[in-house]
Design a protein around this ligand. Sequence first.
Ligand SMILES: Cc1cc2nc3c(=O)[nH]c(=O)nc-3n(C[C@H](O)[C@H](O)[C@H](O)COP(=O)(O)O)c2cc1C
Length: 347
Amino acid sequence: MQQHANHLPSTTGIREQPTSATNHPLASAIVDAPKERGNRFGEARDFGSSVGKGVGGSVEGRKLATGSHRIMAEAEVELSALAVEVERLRVQGATAIFVAIDRKADGPLAIAVRIKVAAPPAIRACGRQSFASRRAHGLRSVGDTARIIAMELTEAIYGRRATRAFTGETVTRPVLERLVDAAIQAPSAVNEQPWDFVVIQNALLLDRISVAAKAHMLEAMDSGTYPHWLRESMENPDFHIFYHAPALIVISVSAGGWAAEHAALAAENLMLAAYAEGLGSCWIGFAQRWLETTEGRRAIDVPEGFVPVAPIIIGHPAGTTPPVPRKPAHLRWATTQPTVMSAISTL
Ligand SMILES: Cc1cc2nc3c(=O)[nH]c(=O)nc-3n(C[C@H](O)[C@H](O)[C@H](O)COP(=O)(O)O)c2cc1C
């Protein structure tokens, strides 16, 4: 919204107040989000603001107002239909404000501080700040911070997708280092922290691994039953097991009882962190068996005493990947009926 005249029509409920171009973080977020989505901006007239309440004006002949419930009340905008949604957004840590068009509530607008999964030092620092200092950074309390982080985490858990198409853009070293840093925040049995990460960005090496891994899988298929599509993929010279991703991170783990668990926990952290960075990722199981061979270990220089477990491709996604529907959770609640209790002989 471009800001123009400084007086408001009374229908917006915002009293006249001179306004200048604002750097208020919430206002910037509201302006930046549609810009990022490529939305068209109409010209705003009769713009005005009311400190702590909101802003309003008219765009293409329609009266617009956005802000708190107080400004809506002054403009006599009925909000009851939005109350539940607004509360849900607030509980998730977003600042929820209202938008009204021609004095009718059009919907809530949620503004949240985007805290990247890979920004823990900033989050920790925030927890140590004084209340006044947090306010200055747009955070109202430590509780708010926690809720905002929770919302971002939920978004990452539900939004991450196995990505199989990438732009040619490389992923920079600092970004890859942040992904690895997120990976090593995973828990490990007896705090072993048994991970080794190797990043491969050489396209020729990735091509070679793809060819070798496919050949290895085809060999293995001779002595077992495998789905037809899998054999076809492995025989297809155009099928690249890494989908031409610009980077592959292989997580190896010190050999021991919990190798798979340790690798998988780090891998999920890494993939969620990649999502938070706007990147796509996919665990490539097709590469695993070959990477375990002597030739495979040598190709990626797996340290002695470690096993390569999780090959994960990383890159800038080309387009969006639709979500893969989940089967209903196979969830049961254990009972304490006598028959169940007596199944454990020591009870
Ligand atoms: C252990 C493991 C191995 C996988 N191997 C491959 C693979 O070799 N190639 C591939 O395209 N996707 C692979 N995937 C990705 C899965 O196909 C994908 O996670 C699944 O279809 C669900 O989609 P989503 O991750 O988008 O929710 C693998 C995933 C896991 C966890």
